[in-house]
Design a protein around this ligand. Structure first.
Ligand SMILES: [Zn+2]
Length: 430
């Protein structure tokens, strides 16, 4: 039996289920979809016409639709391209309000849930954790789940999770509470440093202490996209998320990707990030030095004083030469050891990393360093419907590119089973 721990509910919808949904929709925002596709791809595909043909009984439209929806290797490159294709999940509009999507209404969610269960039964996925909005929890419970265990983490907005928090606690303590086992932070991470979540994470830990039988895991996407900051800051963000008490870290590419991938080029980050990095370096002075990283407290304090004269969003330029890239590698080693000591589990989604994060060369993938450092790693498929992948494919990729055999596959599956949210929070014994 397979355990899938990193799934976004709508990302699990397979092309045929989506095509059926679109064909049944009375109203869809095709103009919006086509404008976004034109921007991302420079051309408008015939998706609207393909759906129309399917609606009129043309079964050949199903194959064409799959091509148009699945975000494949040829599409890879930018998040904008991924989003443009994923928009198809949201263009059908509610009959009573054309400004709202139809795909997260109760009947549609329940229908999609049935399709996802069928797929999981075919794949042998017996345990699945889905990231969903609080609104979807009741509908996602409809229907029979024989042979399957389904759990839900509520995705919260990074900007301000507090308004939803009351609702999440009610859900966790209510009739669906036994299957609501976590909270999740996904979508754009840029501009949302983990440190801003310190008070929120503390509130979740307090809730867990008060309600151990309904404790919630903190699942946190971090270090997946970091073009707006230095490599040092990107590594630090993963370390900080683990230190704050996240139970599982989504992707954490920055923690283990080979820095050589980025080359000897210039990066830019805001003053606020540089300040945080200096504070981190001063705080971890001894540990960093022991890890072979040069830290000069006097120079850092002087730099901090100079930065005080600048606005927090002013850009700071960082130059990378080979020596500095080597140092980033040592910083990663230091942070990996710290993350390991927190017990945080890393969720690795290879296809997603290849196609969204652009990690096309398997040699650069962080999985190598995660495994050699003995970090707990679970493999998952993120959005298997959009990527046209399965958990078996993801596991096979990891084994193939790390030289792992059946033993590694077994270990990864065992780690996944031990890393269920309900186990990490102590609700269940492993
Ligand atoms: Zn994800």
């Amino acid at each position: 039996m397979l355990t899938e721990l990193h799934l976004h509910f709508h990302g699990c919808i397979r092309p045929l289920a989506l095509l059926d949904h679109l064909a049944r929709a009375k109203y869809a925002l095709w103009d919006w979809y086509e404008a976004e596709m034109a921007t991302a791809y420079g051309a408008v595909p015939a998706t609207r016409q393909v759906v129309e043909r399917y609606r009129h009984g043309d079964q050949s439209a199903t194959v064409e639709f799959e091509e148009l929806f699945v975000f494949g290797e040829a599409d890879a490159g930018t998040f904008a391209r991924f989003q443009a294709k994923a928009n198809l999940l949201w263009i059908a509009a509610r009959p009573d309000d054309h400004t709202k999507p139809w795909s997260d209404t109760d009947d549609e969610v329940a229908r999609f849930a049935e399709g996802i269960r069928t797929s999981h039964r075919q794949q042998g996925v017996g345990y699945a954790e889905f990231r969903v909005s609080a609104d979807m929890v009741a509908a996602a419970h409809r229907g029979g789940t024989e042979g399957l265990v389904e759990r839900f983490a509520i995705s919260l907005p990074r900007k301000d999770p507090w308004p939803e928090w009351q609702r999440v606690q009610e859900l966790a303590l209510g009739p669906y509470g036994s299957s609501v086992t976590g909270v999740d932070f996904c979508a754009n991470e840029e501009g949302h440093p983990p440190k801003e979540k310190a008070a929120f994470f503390a509130a979740v830990h307090d809730f867990n202490a008060a309600h151990p039988e309904r404790a919630l895991a903190i699942l946190y996407h971090v270090g997946e996209s970091f073009g707006d900051k230095s490599l040092e800051s990107a590594v630090r963000w993963v370390d900080e998320a683990a230190e704050l008490g996240a139970h599982r870290l989504g992707h954490a590419i920055a923690l283990g990707v080979d820095p050589g991938l980025f080359g000897t080029r210039t990066r830019v980050e805001p003053v606020a990030e540089r300040r945080d990095q200096i504070a981190y370096d001063l705080r971890h002075h001894d540990g960093l030095r022991a890890a072979g990283i040069h830290v000069d407290p006097l120079a850092l304090r002087e730099e901090l004083a100079r930065l005080d004269a600048l606005p927090s969003d002013a850009p700071i330029t960082v130059e990378y030469d080979h020596a500095r890239l080597d140092e980033v590698r040592r910083r990663q080693e230091y942070a990996i050891a710290r993350v390991r000591s927190t017990g945080a589990v890393i969720e690795v989604c290879p296809t997603s990393n290849r196609r969204i994060a652009g990690l096309t060369d398997p040699a650069h993938h962080p999985i190598h360093r995660f495994l050699s450092a003995g970090l707990p790693v679970v493999v998952s498929s993120d959005d298997p419907g959009i990527f046209g992948t399965t958990l078996a494919d993801e596991l096979a990729w990891v084994c193939e590119h790390t030289g792992g055999d059946e033993d590694l596959r077994r270990t990864l599956l065992e780690t996944a089973w031990q890393s269920r949210s309900e186990v990490l929070t102590g609700r269940e014994t492993p």
